[in-house]
Write a protein that binds this ligand. Structure first.
Ligand SMILES: *Cc1c(COP(=O)(O)O)cnc(C)c1O
Length: 420
């Protein structure tokens, strides 16, 4: 099946007389005939359902669909994108370990890696996404367990050189984890370029309608966990009857460990109803992504021609620093554009406050056009000097182009520009 078809048919195939649409299984638990039956399920929880803290049929249908779209062997949904990235790392790292991440990643993930993981004893070494191979290799230590980057970085909009980072990670015997939120599997399938694990905030394009938050971890099934660096996957797990995940589950070792050990212990699993809504978003993902890309490209071209704007950052523009990487890895650059308005903060605020169609909200990758001013919203606590150091210009506006008529979006932007 191609992507458009997978979006509609993967993950759930009704049999004779069963519901056409994946049902919401609103039950915390599952019934068995005997104690022996339940004991058997505990011996191998992959064979049947136990409890909705870590597995539920509605959620599993969505997991199957996303795994299929990414070309992975398995997936596990989480209650947020933050939870997906946290568990993706904790599944292979413990106190005393370190990871290497590009610096151009989502601010929430920077905080998770630099502050919260540090408190758990896991160090993150940040490297610039455009660093040389030598500089990247210099960030590795004997205890490094993973490399991390975002396909299209939020909000820097740099495109991640997946193949190059995968090669370096594999040379060092560790997996490459790619947060594929902005691209979605419709615009990029990181496994085809050597990534081993993919994560998403499904809150963004996958859900697409701003109705519920979620995340997902997808396993390519291809990484060799038996290379000596990952005893957590090869050695017996005392908390699970002494099983070795690689011995018992082969290519599913990573994703089943995440479910049976971490999801069991942390319980950040989505509700069935949330998964049902996510599934509705996924049904139309392929057609929506195509239109987001078309609308945003038209808007980016329009903005580029305006003399009140200093710079338009959009990887599909030939002038963009990530253009060559975008053409290599992506089928389109999504709906997110960053623009820098001349005259700094005051003009950016005037521009944003004069928009009528585009809403001012802390969200991105929504079906409706929205804008955010990093300097006075998400990065409000920073001084003007700190903003410059963080690469955030007071005139920067993050524009998430939606699915309205592109003429209406441009007319609205003209009102904003006229107010400057
Ligand atoms: C939003 C976002 C996250 C965090 O996801 P939540 O669903 O908000 O927890 C992680 N990574 C990227 C790239 C994001 O855009």
């Amino acid at each position: 099946m191609r992507d458009e078809t997978k979006c509609l048919h993967s993950g759930y195939t009704p049999k004779n007389s069963e519901p056409r649409v994946v049902p919401i299984v609103q039950s915390t638990t599952y019934v068995y005939d005997s104690t022996d039956d339940v004991a058997a399920v505990f011996d191998d929880p992959t064979k049947s359902l136990i409890y909705s803290r870590f597995a539920n049929p509605t959620v599993m249908a969505v997991e199957g669909k996303i795994a299929d779209l990414e070309g992975g062997v398995g997936a596990m949904c989480t209650s947020s994108g933050q939870a997906a990235n946290l568990l993706a790392i904790l599944n292979i790292c413990e106190a005393g370990d370190s990871i290497v991440s590009t610096a151009q990643i989502y601010g929430g993930t920077v905080n998770l890696f630099a502050v919260t993981l540090k408190k758990l004893g896991i160090e993150c070494i940040f490297v610039d996404t455009f660093a040389t191979d030598e500089e990247i290799e210099a960030a590795f230590k004997p205890n490094t367990k993973a490399v991390f980057g975002e396909t299209i970085a939020n909000p820097a909009l740099t495109v991640f050189d997946i193949e190059r980072f995968a090669k370096i990670a594999h040379k060092k015997g560790v997996p490459l984890i790619v947060d594929n939120t902005f691209a979605t599997p419709i615009l990029c399938k990181p496994f085809e370029f050597g990534a081993d694990i993919v994560t998403h905030s499904t809150t963004k394009y996958m859900d697409g309608h701003a109705v519920q938050g979620g995340g997902v971890i997808v396993d390519s099934g291809k990484f060799n966990w038996k290379n000596g660096n990952f005893p957590c996957l090869t050695e017996p797990d005392e908390s699970y009857h002494g099983i070795s995940y690689t011995e018992k589950y082969g290519e599913l070792a990573y994703i089943l460990k995440a479910r049976m050990q971490l999801m069991r212990d942390f319980g950040v699993y989505p509700a069935a109803h949330s998964a049902f809504l996510l599934n509705l978003g996924l049904d139309t993902l392929a057609v929506r992504m195509q239109r987001y890309c078309e609308n945003a490209y038209t808007v980016a071209k329009f903005l580029q021609s305006n003399d009140k704007i200093d710079e338009v950052i959009y990887p599909w523009l030939e002038t963009d620093r990530s253009y060559a990487l975008a053409k290599k890895y992506l089928k389109g650059a999504s709906g997110v554009i960053s623009l820098i308005i001349k005259g700094g903060r005051n003009n950016a605020v005037k521009f944003m406050d004069s928009l009528e169609l585009a809403s001012n909200e802390v969200h991105v990758a929504d079906i409706r056009t929205c804008v955010l001013h990093p300097a006075s919203e998400t990065h409000r606590q920073l001084t003007d000097e700190q903003l410059v150091a963080a690469g955030i210009n007071g005139g920067m506006v993050r524009l998430s182009v939606g699915l309205e008529s592109v003429e209406d979006i441009i007319e609205d932007l003209k009102k904003g520009l006229a107010a400057i």
